[in-house]
Design a binder for this molecule. Sequence first.
Ligand code: CA
Length: 139
Amino acid sequence: MSTPNQEDYLEAIWRLTQEKGYARVTDIAERLQISQASVSKMLRRLHADGLLEVERYRGLSLTTVGARQGQRLLARHRTLECFLQHLGVSDPEVVYHDVEGIEHYFSAYTLEQLTALVQYIDDNPEWWQHFIQNLPEDR
Ligand code: CA
C-alpha cells in the first residue's frame, strides 16, 4: 500500500475492532505497514473529526459515525475483492494490491451498481461461468 489515507485507517481500525475487540497503535502500524508516529498523527485527526474515541483503559475505538464509515469501507473492500475473484484473479496478493489501488475512486452510485453485479453473479453462477468460459483465449 502506498501512503494510507483516512479511509484506509478507518477500514483497518474497524477490521481490528471486529477481529480483536480493540485496535492499538502498534496493530494499526503493522496492518498499514507504516510508523507508529504516522499512526498517532492520523489518530489525532480522526479524533478531532469525531470518528475516534480514546478510552483510557480499553484503547481506541470508533465512534458511531466512525464505525458506520469503517463498516462501509470494509464492505466496499470486500465487494471489490469478490469482483476480482469472480474475474478469475486468484493470487490473493494481486487481489489485495489491486483493491487497495482502486477502492478510493468509486463514486457511491458506481459502487452500488458493482455491488448489485457481484450479488447477481453470486445468485447466477451459471450465467457468469458462461461469460468467463467464453472469453477469447489470446488476449
Ligand atoms: Ca482496503
